[in-house]
Design a protein. Sequence first.
Length: 406
Amino acid sequence: MTTTETPDTLHRILDYSSRSDPYPLYAELRRTPVARQEDGSYVVSTYREIADLLHDPHLSSDVRNLSHPMPGAADRGTPSFINLDPPEHDRLRRLAMRHFGPPHTPGLVTGLDPDLTRTVGSLIDDFAGKERIDVVDDFAYPFPVTVICHLLGVPREDEPRFRLWVNDIIDAIAYDPKTDPKKVLEKGVQARKDLRDYLGGLLEQRHGKPGDDLLTGMANDDGPDGRMTDEEIVATANLLLIAGHETTVNLITNGMLTLLRHPEVLQRLRDDPDLVVPLVEELLRYEPPVHIIPWRAAYSDITVADTVIPKGSQIMLMLASGSRDPGHFHEPDRFDPDRRDNEHLGFGSGIHLCFGGPLARRETQIALTELVRRLDHPRLVTDPPPYRRSPILRGPIHLPVEQGTG
C-alpha cells in the first residue's frame, strides 16, 4: 500500500453533485487506504485503518496541533471537549456526563421514553388528513430539537433564532477555501459568536438557581473534578445543542428513506417492532448521519497502512467509507437489519465516541417504529430527495412522502 496523489476522488465526494450517492466514490477511494492530497493532508478510507486511528493516542483532536491553521480557527472561541485531547477532554467530558448518563444519572435516556413517545405521537397526529408530508420539516427536525431543548434548558420558542446560526455553523465546517466564497466562513464565524452569546445569556440566569436541566446542572455542580468555567459550559452547551439534534435529524430521515426504498423491511418492522433495535444499528452503518471526521492532527510522525504521515498533518477520516468496507463487512452495500457483529463507525469510536449516541439511538428507534406503524401506505415523492449542502453531516434537506391509498 503506497501513498498516492488522488485529489479528484475526494473533490468529487465533497462536490454537491455526489451528495445523493457518494458510496461508489468511497469504493474508489478505498483502493488507496491512505491518500495524500495536494495540500499535504491525508485521507483515510478503510475500516481497519480508521478504527485504529480513532484509538491512537498519537492523533490529536485539537486544531492547535495542526502545522497549518484551519480557516477560521482563531475565531472558534473556547473549544468544546470534542476538540480537545486528554487530560482536558476527559475532565470536561466527565463533568458533562454527570448530568447526561451513567454513573450519576443512569436512567436519564430510558426515563425519557414516555416523553419521547408522546412527542412523536403528537407530531404524527398532525399528519391526519394530509396526503403529503415532509418527513424533515414535519417530523425529523422538530422531534429531536424539542428533546434537546428540554434537556439543556433552552426555550423551545427560541428555535427560529438558533436554527439560522446552526445552519451557518454547519456550512462553515465543510468550508473549502478553494471552492467556497469567503462569506460562508464569515457567516459561520459570526454564527458561532451569536450562539455563544445566546447560551451565555441563558447560563447567567442559572447560577445559584434550582433546576433539573443540563445548563443548570453544569452551572452549579461542584464535583470531584471541580466546576466548569462559564466559557467551558457554553462550549459544552453549544456542542450538545448542535450535535443533539443535527445527527438525529439525519439518522431519522435517512432511516425513513431507506425503509421506503426497502418496503419488505418496512413491513417487517410494522409486523415486528422489536426489529427496530438491530435495524437502527444497520442504519448507522449503511446510511450514517455523520460521514466524515474532517480533521485530526498527527502529534508525531505516524505510520498508517505503510504510509508515514508527518507530524502536524491534517488527517481526514472517512467514517461512512469504512462502514462500507468489504474487507470488514460481508456484502457491505446491502441493507441487512439481520447483520451480526455490526461494528459500524456510525458514532465514531475511541475516547470521542458520540456523547449523545444512546439518546440518538432511542429517539430513532421510537421515531421509526411509530412512523411505520401509523403512516398510511407511505411512498416517496422523489428519489433521490434533495440533500443538504454538507458532505460531513449528510442527509436530505427535505423528504416529501405521500400517504393514503389515493
